[in-house]
Design a protein around this ligand. Structure first.
Ligand code: F6R
Length: 243
């Protein structure tokens, strides 16, 4: 694993954005796997800035988001579809037919998972951006005795709903289920960028990167991938001996 620790959040955002831009510059029709949550916001700000100031173009990319809550419409302020428009898509040169998110409002969620898996098979991901949950989740693949390879419906753990309650008026409003890309699809990406910040993630970072590979810490499966770039701020990396 290529692990890089940055002194500031700004530097981390810049490095992650630069990886994505390098990918798009070398391959304008790149397929990008995107994440939501608080970690990527600064990274997306950098992409928007580089699009506006340096003319970096996303006109030919295809994007796939990791996950979406079940039961939230795309115009719900806490849906990931809304988040992506707010933080990235509406500020850059992508059109609706280039972007893909699971539809958490689909009449048949089972069919929706199949549809998403078929799309992912047709469009192998060049770079997948990931954040890390406090419980070791990636996407919404929560710790469990067994994990699922493809896109599937997941019951969110209490810890995850509590962590995400900060975006809602209360924890009760956080949906109980989500549609998520599976770990199999994530691990098929040619390159994976795992971005993590904050002292509260230091323990899980150490466990994920250097602990046993176990479904109880889904991010530990990243240890089996040949091309993972880990970008940490100093606080998230403080449990590691590299510094
Ligand atoms: C979001 C996602 C989640 C988050 C994780 C960390 O699309 O897939 O796995 O990356 O929950 O979230 P933050 O960045 O808010 O700490």
């Amino acid at each position: 694993m290529n692990i890089q620790v940055f002194d500031s959040q700004e530097q981390l955002d810049e490095a992650a954005a630069q990886y994505l831009i390098d990918t798009v510059t070398q391959k304008p029709e790149a397929v990008l796997g995107l994440a939501t949550g608080s970690t990527p916001i600064g990274i997306y700000n950098k992409l928007v800035e580089k699009h506006q100031r340096q003319g970096v173009s996303f006109r030919h990319i295809t994007s796939f988001n990791l996950d979406e809550y079940v039961g939230l419409t795309a115009d719900h302020k806490q849906s990931y579809a809304f988040y992506m428009q707010e933080h990235l898509f509406r500020h850059i040169d992508v059109s609706a037919n280039q972007i893909n998110l699971p539809n958490g409002m689909a009449e048949s969620l089972e069919e929706e998972c199949k549809r998403y898996n078929q799309l992912l098979e047709k469009h192998p991901i060049d770079v997948q951006l990931l954040g890390l949950g406090h419980n070791g989740h990636i996407g919404f693949n929560e710790p469990a005795d067994a994990l699922t390879g493809g896109t599937h419906i997941v019951e969110l753990q209490e810890k995850t709903r509590e962590a995400n309650a900060r975006f809602f008026n209360s924890k009760d409003e956080v949906p109980e289920k989500a549609v998520t890309m599976g770990v199999g699809s994530i691990l098929k990406a040619k390159t994976i960028i795992l971005a993590v910040r904050g002292a509260d993630k230091a323990d899980i970072v150490r466990e994920a990167l250097f602990g046993p590979i176990t479904t109880q810490c889904p991010a530990s499966l990243l240890q089996t991938h040949h091309n993972v770039i880990v970008l940490l701020d100093r606080e998230a990396g403080r449990g590691l001996k590299l510094q």
